[in-house]
Ligand binder design. Structure first.
Ligand code: MGD
Ligand code: MGD
Ligand code: MO
Length: 797
């Protein structure tokens, strides 16, 4: 096994960046913006990452097992696998391969590494460099005031955690965060432990991701999940992709789209950016596609302004209502409306107030294009709306998703083949985490079931979500934070504020596969607990285990890792929770943690008793392709229980998005070379960016009007809550984007997102709706930034 070359790191630290001024630019190169996604370059990119991670053979072997029956679930996104045939070339995509390379790397972050490098020095590296250090091999502990993490035994680590947790005045002074990779088994024991310890403080990455979708759908269709399967994509007549970039973030969705398209579906893309993956697709596994240059995907592209979607949706509805008036019965499904919905009359009445011209102008899309979209939808019934963060991270995201539902309800396009809602989840098991009740607001029904089975009183008070947790940590209401994966510091908004908060913790525990910045901006004490990734062999009592996950379409499947672990001192997440529970609760506990510790089957047997839909779990999950969880909206057109199974039309408002003359709207997004806070590389190939992440996309007219030139260096400011927030040193890139709109990459610009800029109802950070000002770069600007963000240790070594 190859050891990491520590000398190299020393050199990098000694050169750049300076501790005082950590901002630097690389060597930005602009290539061309791609008009189609995937193809041969994607395959090449996939393999090159495996070589860089020094894992070519290991990685290739794993690639061919990824998403295969009997193989393991790709650790990247939550897009489902085909129910029947899987490609022999592997059901992976370029970005799945990159995720795998990150995990399969043979580079190691060992106790010697931590001895050589202080927290202070490590914190000077950027996220890309930190992530490339390799896999964590041993549990590490940072005592109060220390400059270096030092090794600690697992037993001692659990004792420290138990000591801190048991010293709290109330269980509600602890928070248990989850990122979305954790298996069903680990998720279930984790939430059970938090509840037996006595708190519902379980913030999770959903609180930054699809909470908005859940908030919109649960009260309307009775379930907070999507209602379509992969088959439905093949049978649809119209597929609308709104606020989502599948070419980068769910590349295997492209195969489903092109299959749907070949079957005759029309595709409508709604996005401020003409993303490559929306425009075209070359299936890298189809020789015909490669020779013919692939297929065009979007039949219609609507270049909406950031947050112009509500106006656009209303404009579509206005036209549909007109068409229906002209030709009654030809557009709307009267039977469905009468039998399955409530509030139709009020819904229709509101349109007396709306004018097409005004709505079109607010949306940024021409009347002609909106008309074309309305005509495409009007005569069709098998319609799917699929969406991502472009909608969920908007202040009125919940309303916009309900507006989408309004359209589907008018047309009876839900709960029938080829139609429905499709929120495309992010993390590979984020949906399973929620099904397993990792939720800061579990329902009474869920808690009653747990209480009946386990016989102890469940905490009923709702806990903190991510945004509330950050504030509670700041106010020292939370003193211990345990993170099951993720990168809480970098993924959350208002980085300066959040960093200050995290510093106040008594103890920060991070269960992790790799080192990240979240481990370097720590509490008074900190622990890093290394664990297996999805592709690693998970061996319990000498037996290779399967874990289970749920994908974006409610299919529960098994996953079996195949790679030898990078260290024999790793413990799986389920066992970490069980040992923490035994150390903390001891005799107080009524749960048999040892039984769960020793057997995933035992965990699954009890999940079956506590969560509906998991009957015969251990048997069914081992069957080919797993099983679908019940979904009454999809299966039976049974919607809200409170409304006797009907779904309500929702009345919403069109927001006022007026900006001051020197203000711009900024959406933060992902490059093609990152997974959230994990930076695979410094390019954004489809958007024509090479070797730089500190860029801001602007419309050429805005660049001219402000007196800038493309290539200029600028600083970005936000002034929400009367506070000045600054993100120094970005390069202007001229791009096809609506005027007054800008796009940057997260996590770099999270520092500009106020913790108070949230989505109504779901309380998610509205990180695609950030008002900014753009100033010429000031070389002294770094002095305005709190260096605490970059400097890990309290004192210099
Ligand atoms: N390779 C890779 N795969 C991933 C991830 C990753 O980081 N890398 N992340 C995973 C996770 S956790 C998630 S949640 C998903 C995220 O996947 P996406 O939902 O695709 O997330 P984003 O890249 O943030 O961008 C969404 C799109 O919204 C558009 N947009 C911005 N503002 C608006 C708006 O006002 N209206 C409309 N209509 N569009 C807008 C942007 O231009 C962008 O194309 O992907 C998952 N898969
Ligand atoms: N401005 C802005 N902010 C955003 C977003 C945005 O679009 N704009 N998107 C938001 C979204 S959609 C999400 S989901 C969140 C993501 O928030 P998080 O889930 O907290 O962040 P990730 O970057 O996905 O976490 C990556 C880390 O997880 C660890 N890890 C990886 N695999 C495993 C594993 O198998 N087990 C364990 N224990 N650890 C593992 C690694 O250490 C890695 O560094 O970020 C949100 N933040
Ligand atoms: Mo996400």
């Amino acid at each position: 096994m190859e050891e990491h070359d520590n000398n190299k790191i020393e050199k990098e630290i000694k050169n750049e960046p300076q501790a005082e001024n950590p901002y630097r630019l690389l060597d930005l190169k602009l290539t061309h913006v791609e008009k189609s996604a995937a193809g041969i370059p994607a395959v090449l990119a996939a393999f090159s990452d495996l070589f860089e991670e020094k894992a070519p053979i290991r990685g290739m072997r794993a690639l061919f097992k990824m998403n295969q029956m009997g193989g393991f679930d790709c650790p990247s996104c939550a897009w489902p696998d085909p129910d029947d045939e899987r490609s022999v070339l592997g059901e992976y995509c370029e970005n799945g391969a990159k995720a795998l390379a990150e995990e399969a790397t043979t580079k190691r972050v060992t106790p010697e590494f931590f001895k050589e490098n202080s927290v202070f020095d490590l914190a000077k590296l950027d996220d890309y460099e930190i992530g490339k250090m390799g896999r964590l091999t041993d549990p590490m502990y940072l005592p109060e005031g220390a400059t270096h993490y030092q090794p600690i035994s697992w037993d001692e680590a659990f004792k420290k955690i138990a000591g801190h947790l048991n010293a709290l005045e109330s269980p509600d002074e602890a928070a248990f965060y989850t990122s979305g990779r954790t298996s069903n088994e680990a998720s279930f024991v984790y939430q059970l432990f938090a509840k037996e310890f006595g708190t519902n403080n379980m913030p999770d990455c959903s609180n930054m991701c699809h909470e908005t979708s859940g908030s919109a759908l649960r009260p309307t269709i009775g379930i907070g999940k999507g209602t379509v399967t992969l088959e439905d994509f093949y049978e649809a007549e119209v597929i609308v992709i709104i606020g989502q970039n599948p070419g980068t973030n769910a590349p295997r969705m492209m195969s489903a789209l092109s299959k749907g398209k070949k079957n005759g579906a029309k595709i409508i893309a709604i996005n401020p950016l003409p993303e490559a993956g929306l425009m075209g697709f070359t299936n890298p596994q189809s020789v015909k596609d490669i020779l013919n240059g692939g297929v065009q995907l979007a039949d219609l592209y609507l270049p909406v302004k950031i947050n112009g979607d509500m106006a656009l949706l209303k404009a579509l509805e206005l036209l549909l209502i007109e068409f229906e008036k002209e030709n009654p019965g030809s557009v709307f499904d009267e039977n469905f409306i009468t039998e399955k919905t409530v509030g139709y009359e009020d819904f229709i009445r509101q349109f007396d107030h709306y004018k097409l011209d005004e709505l079109a102008s607010l949306s940024g899309v021409s009347k002609e294009l909106i008309y074309e979209a309305a005509v495409t939808i009007a005569s069709k019934k098998r319609i799917i709306f699929s969406w991502g963060m472009g909608l969920t991270q908007q202040p009125n995201g919940v309303d916009m998703i309900r507006e989408i539902l309004n359209i589907l309800l008018l047309k009876g396009s839900i709960g029938i083949p080829g139609a429905g809602v499709c929120p495309v989840r992010g993390h590979s098991n984020v949906q399973g985490n929620r099904t397993m009740m990792i939720d800061e607001k579990p329902t009474d029904e869920q808690l009653d079931r747990l209480e009946k089975f386990y016989g102890f009183k469940m905490p009923r008070k709702h806990g903190y979500d991510v945004v509330r947790a950050i504030k509670a940590i700041h106010e020292e209401k939370i003193k211990v934070m345990f993170c099951m994966g993720g990168n809480f510091l970098s993924a959350t908004p208002d980085t300066t504020y959040t960093a200050h908060a995290l510093r106040k913790l008594n103890l920060l525990v991070s269960v992790s596969t790799k080192l990240n910045r979240g481990h370097l901006v720590h509490g008074k004490e900190a622990l890093i607990l290394p664990t297996y990734g999805r592709s690693d062999k998970d061996i319990v009592n000498g037996k290779l285990q399967i874990v289970t996950t749920e994908n974006s379409m409610g299919v529960v499947q098994d996953s079996k890792g195949i790679l030898d672990a990078v260290s024999n001192n790793l413990i799986n997440e389920t066992q970490i929770v069980c040992r923490m529970a035994m150390a903390t609760l001891g005799e107080r506990s009524v749960v048999s943690w040892q039984r769960y510790h020793d057997s995933y089957d035992a965990v699954r047997d009890d999940i079956e008793q506590c969560i509906p839909g998991f009957e015969n779990y251990n048997v069914r999950v081992r069957q080919k392709g797993g099983f679908y969880l019940p979904n009454a909206a999809r299966d039976k057109q049974e919607f809200s229980k409170e409304l006797g199974g009907r779904a309500p039309f929702t009345l919403t408002e069109v927001p006022d998005n007026t900006l001051a003359a020197d203000e711009y709207m900024m959406a933060t997004t992902r490059t093609h070379d990152q997974f959230n806070t994990t930076i695979y590389g410094l390019d954004d190939r489809y958007r024509g960016i090479k070797n730089e992440r500190r860029v801001i996309f602007m419309n050429q007219n805005d660049i001219d009007k402000a007196g800038f030139k493309a290539g200029d260096r600028v600083d970005l400011y936000n002034y929400d809550d009367g506070i000045e927030r600054v993100a120094p040193l970005f390069i202007i890139v001229s791009y096809q984007i609506p005027e007054k709109n800008t796009v940057t990459y997260f996590p770099e610009t999270n520092v500009l997102v106020s913790v108070n800029n949230v989505v109504k109802e779901s309380n998610m950070p509205a990180s695609k709706y950030v008002k900014i000002k753009i100033m010429k770069h000031d070389p002294e600007v770094y002095k305005k930034v709190d260096q605490m963000l970059y400097q890990g240790a309290i004192q210099r070594p």
